[in-house]
Design a protein around this ligand. Sequence first.
Ligand code: C2G
Length: 134
Amino acid sequence: MRIITFGTFDMFHIGHLNILERAKAKGHHLTVGVSADALNFSKKQRYPICPEQDRMRIIKSLSCVDEVFREDSLELKGEYIQQYKADCLVMGDDWVGRFDHFKELCKVEYLERTPGISTTALIEVVRSTTDTHS
Ligand code: C2G
């Protein structure tokens, strides 16, 4: 089965690795759409800490990942699912229900997020450490 998943994967951490490994375990081929810097800016009004070329290189280097592309638009998910011939879309459960309409194209599964870690929390830790020492 061919699996597809999407994410920003900024400041790559263990929660990201866990979901990618678990996504791959559901099939034999894993495609990852890494969200573009511009897409992040349009969604969150800030750019990721790590630029898209770096985020894509990191994801590409993982042994559980077979193929990587840049996700330029949230509206193109259906096209990406078809283009990469995915049989199953996997997302973390922070997205539960949000992609159910793709069930007409492929299976849709939401996996439990790894508790206690997020890019936002990492940024906060760095920020508070920097504040303390400056
Ligand atoms: N994740 C996880 N556990 C965490 C943190 C993240 O399982 N502790 C998962 C998320 O649920 C997501 C993936 O890791 O499936 C990537 O997370 P983000 O980089 O935060 O991606 P996001 O901004 O949700 O981008 O088109 C959708 C977007 O591209 C998704």
